[in-house]
Design a protein around this ligand. Structure first.
Ligand code: ADP
Ligand code: MG
Length: 241
């Protein structure tokens, strides 16, 4: 679903966010991108969303080489990808329903068809009863779920999320991840940037660690240390039961 080949992204100031990145994500996978602040996670997601273009290298999404997507075709390209951000970028003067309907309205959907899709999306994130409320009357977890409903309302095959639980406490974070997992179970491919390792380990998904703009090569001792950490984490989980 995603293939990143030798991607370099250098910004005009000379800052290199990605330095020869290679990775791939298969159809139907749910994968996390981890790494310290500044590792290049957001840049990677922005290249996939065609918010940025690489300096060199290839970004191939669902068989399309994004380098060949012209500026005019970017909106159509983006419609196949659901995007979730840490700050939900909701319209605060509009009810939940309108926020979720936005991508459908932009793509010219019929009102009745749109209403059905909006309600289906709200149902999937457990917010069907809140469609008339303004986002500011919702909790931060609920607001994030509105953002997720909006991202999936057009039934994208691929969902990318940039630190979607960055502002949420652990319980709400797990709830959001469970929603993502349910999408994954019905075939959506997910690529999620997060540095919440404990949460990711609970989900047992593949993890790609970035460091200074490339995939981190794990040293043997790191692998052993991580294994020990996981065992300890597992022990803690079991003692909570
Ligand atoms: N628009 C930009 N202009 C200049 N430098 C940028 C820009 N966006 C990101 N960077 C730099 O690229 C590096 C990677 O950033 P980013 O992809 O946001 O990392 P992460 O999301 O992992 O924290 C950082 O050093 C950051 O300062
Ligand atoms: Mg980031």
């Amino acid at each position: 679903m995603i293939r990143i080949e030798n991607v370099v992204k250098r910004f005009p100031g000379g800052q290199e966010a990605l330095s020869g990145l290679n990775l791939s994500v298969d159809k139907g996978e749910m994968v996390f991108v981890t790494g310290h602040s500044g590792a290049g996670k957001s840049t990677l997601l922005r290249l996939i969303a065609l918010i940025e273009r690489p300096t060199s290298g290839q970004v191939i999404v669902d068989g399309q080489n994004t380098g060949r997507v012209s500026r005019r075709r970017i909106p159509a390209y983006r419609r196949q990808i659901g995007m979730v951000f840490q700050d939900h970028k909701l319209l605060y003067d509009r009810p939940v329903f309108d926020n979720v309907a936005l991508p459908l309205i932009i793509s010219g959907a019929q009102h009745r068809d749109a209403a059905r899709k909006v309600r289906a999306a709200l149902d999937q994130v457990g917010l069907l009863k809140k469609e008339k409320q303004k986002p500011e009357t919702l909790s931060s977890g609920e607001q994030q779920r509105v953002g997720i409903a909006r991202a999936i309302v057009s039934k994208p095959k691929l969902l990318i999320a940039d630190e979607p639980t960055g502002n949420l406490d652990p319980d709400l974070s797990l709830e959001v991840m469970r929603i993502f997992r349910r999408f994954n179970e019905v075939g959506v491919t997910l690529l999620i940037a997060s540095h919440d390792i404990a949460l990711i380990d609970q989900l047992g998904c593949r993890r790609i660690a970035l460091e200074n703009g490339t995939v981190q090569v794990e040293e043997e001792e790191d692998v052993v240390a991580e294994y020990a950490e996981r065992l300890e984490h597992k022990g803690q989980q079991e003692s909570w039961r």
